[in-house]
Design a protein. Structure first.
Length: 148
């Protein structure tokens, strides 16, 4: 696991936008953003309240992933909410199928553990968690039409 300053540097400097554009979007000067990425006396602290605007501006959430890893937590993306509302039954069947595949992979792993299979299995489980979180959000935001 990298340190947070390294992740901040990578987030800022590997973005498709310039440092100046990112700084403008999050409301700080470019020089402050450059300094926030530096280690030691030349560097400065990066305010927590700018973390979300930075991640939204760059589309890079590695800082959040790093913080979650340090706190033994995970982040679940909600990319499919709009799609869930369009074809409810089809998407629910797809999610159910993905769940069955993930559980089959978990059972296979526990029967015959293989270190090489861990990254793919972890990704499959994380994808399922994201799908379930999206489904949960879609259910919470569901507006039933009035019946006349």
């Amino acid at each position: 696991m990298r340190d947070l300053k390294t992740d901040l540097y990578l987030t800022v400097h590997s973005a498709s936008k310039s440092v100046e554009q990112i700084a403008d979007e999050i409301g700080i000067s470019a020089s402050y953003l450059y300094r926030a990425c530096l280690e030691g006396e030349s560097g400065c602290r990066f305010p927590l309240d700018l973390l979300l605007p930075l991640m939204h501006s760059t589309g890079d959430y590695r800082l959040l992933d790093d913080l979650n890893a340090r706190a033994n937590r995970i982040t679940v993306a909600l990319p499919r909410v709009a799609r869930l509302k369009l074809k409810d039954a089809e998407v629910v069947n797809e999610i159910t199928g993905n769940f069955q595949q993930a559980m089959s992979a978990v059972l296979k792993f526990f029967r015959k553990p293989d270190r090489a299979a861990i990254p793919a299995l972890a990704e499959q489980l994380h994808t399922h968690l994201c799908e379930v979180a999206s489904l949960n959000r879609a259910v919470k935001n569901f507006h039933q039409k009035e019946l006349f």
